[in-house]
Structure formats: structure tokens, C-alpha cells
Design a protein around this ligand. Structure first.
Ligand code: ZN
Length: 281
């Protein structure tokens, strides 16, 4: 028998407080970054094939544009400091600071002990979506990435083109690592264009058909030199299933866009976190 205390309703009625009020966070100069991004010119362009991944290097002060091109498609993004794979995107802390889904004005934070903005979102053509009636929204930092281990647990089938494996192969090629070495650096992703939430009744992670259409894009202003690795998820628009070849899949495109001379005057790349690392000793 479950013991329900007499004051259960009163305890449930306690109002929540925001864990990390972000008013104290240093804010990027959005007007400056957005002006520079809007006038930036195409540098490099990389096509991410369906059910596969690709990598691109984006210097600090340049823009990484991720675009849908042929049809609705979700992308799983890993970010690294270009010269130090130990500094990588920290999905959990980004979620704690900005919420379950990110859009223009939010920043993508790096792992401890660095904890600094790796990128600032300066444009999001799906920014209009907001939060739908199911509690779903776009560009989540709650999912992890589809992977062959969970697939094995749930279906006893080995599928090699999950985002985890795609990211592992692409990082290995980009960084000159073995698959075993590269896999250790692959981390929880930013789910670009993916529409997700938690069910209200059971609290389960859900996905639904992405509202992304060809021509939609997400622009990330690189605050530091970045190595970006993106998988075009085998789930396609993630309307039904992933971890198989069943879904229709489309390519994605990554572009490095170069700001014009003088457009970033006054912008300074963020330093690594100032905590002294002594941990009380
Ligand atoms: Zn995936």
C-alpha cells in the first residue's frame, strides 16, 4: 500500500523556482552578432548524406549554418573545441541554463572545466514554432542520440547507421583517430530540427514529425574555433521510428559562413571558466 500523507496536496502545491536564473549570465551582443551573421558570405559547404555524418571546421567569429535541403530531416550535432576534443558540447548544462529546447539568443555551453559558450544561436527559421499543445518544441537538448547499444537492448538487432555510429565514423575521419578513440569523444547532442517533449501523463520522452522544410536553417555563431560533426538521423523527420532503414531520409547541409571585415569590431571570444579548480583543497 502506498502511504499518502495528509498534506500531500499542500506539498504538491508548492510553487517551483527556476534552478538557474539566467539574468546574471553575461549576454552576447545579439545585435552585433546578428548583423555580422546576416552579411556573412559562404566559405566552405559540406553535404551530410542521409544516414551518415560529416564534419566541418568553423573558426571563431564565423557562422555555422545547418540547413534542410530536400525534405524534413533531423540532425544530431556534436561540437568540439577545434584544438582540444576534451572541450565538448555539454547538453545537460545547456538544458539547465536555457531549458529543454534552444532557439535564437541561447548559447551552447562546453563541458567542465571549461564551461563557456561554444556558440550562440543567431538565427532560427523555426523560431515561430514555440511550444505546441503536446508540450513539444524544436531543437532539443534532452535527447541523447540514437545508438546501437540501446537498439540492441530493445530489439536485439545491430543497426550500424545510428547517429552515434555515424558521429563516431565522421569524427574518426576528421580528427585522425581510430573508431575506438573517436567513440569516447562522441557526446549527447543538440537535436537540430527535431520536435520532442515529455508526455504529461507518463513523463516519457516523445518525438513527432519535425516541422522543418527545405530552406529552413539554424545559424550558430562560433564563439571559439569549432569542429562540428553532424549526423543526418536515420529517423528522417522522426515521425515514426529511428534505428532502422525504414524512415525516408534526406541530406542536411553545413556551411561555414565568413563575416565581412570590420563587422565584428568589439567582439571578444569567451575565456575558459574562471573557477580556480581547487575544489576546496
Ligand atoms: Zn539519430
Amino acid at each position: 500500500m502506498m502511504n499518502i500523507p495528509d498534506d500531500a496536496d499542500a506539498r504538491r502545491a508548492v510553487k517551483p523556482v527556476i534552478c538557474y536564473p539566467t539574468e546574471a549570465l553575461p549576454r552576447p551582443d545579439m545585435a552585433l552578432l546578428q548583423r555580422a551573421s546576416a552579411a556573412a558570405q559562404l566559405g566552405a559547404r559540406v553535404v551530410v548524406p542521409p544516414r551518415d555524418a560529416a564534419a566541418i571546421r568553423v573558426p571563431a567569429g564565423h557562422i555555422l549554418r545547418i540547413s534542410a535541403v530536400e525534405g524534413p530531416q533531423v540532425g544530431d550535432l556534436n561540437l568540439f573545441a577545434a584544438d582540444n576534443l576534451d572541450e565538448r558540447f555539454y547538453s545537460g548544462k545547456t538544458r539547465a541554463l536555457h531549458g529543454t529546447h534552444v532557439t535564437t539568443g541561447d548559447q551552447l555551453w562546453s563541458s567542465f572545466p571549461y564551461l563557456r559558450p561554444m556558440a550562440t544561436i543567431v538565427a532560427d527559421t523555426l523560431g515561430w514554432y514555440g511550444i505546441d499543445a503536446f508540450g513539444g518544441s524544436v531543437h532539443d537538448v534532452i535527447g541523447t542520440r540514437c545508438d546501437p547499444y540501446t537498439g540492441r537492448l530493445l530489439s536485439a538487432v545491430d543497426y550500424h547507421h545510428c547517429c552515434h555510429s555515424n558521429l563516431t565514423r565522421a569524427l574518426a575521419d576528421a580528427a585522425g583517430l581510430s573508431l575506438t578513440q573517436a567513440e569516447r569523444h562522441v557526446h549527447d547532442v543538440l537535436n537540430v530540427f527535431m520536435c520532442t517533449g515529455f508526455t504529461r501523463d507518463t513523463g516519457q520522452y516523445f518525438m513527432k514529425a519535425s516541422p522543418v522544410r527545405p530552406g529552413d536553417y539554424l545559424d550558430l555563431f562560433a564563439e571559439i574555433d569549432l569542429l562540428a560533426v553532424l549526423s543526418a538521423c536515420p529517423g528522417g523527420d522522426c515521425s515514426a521510428e529511428h534505428s532502422s532503414d525504414a524512415a525516408a531520409c534526406c541530406p542536411l547541409v553545413m556551411e561555414q559562413r565568413v563575416p565581412q571585415a570590420g563587422h565584428l569590431d568589439g567582439w571578444v571570444p569567451p575565456a575558459v571558466n574562471a573557477y580556480d579548480g581547487s575544489h576546496g583543497r
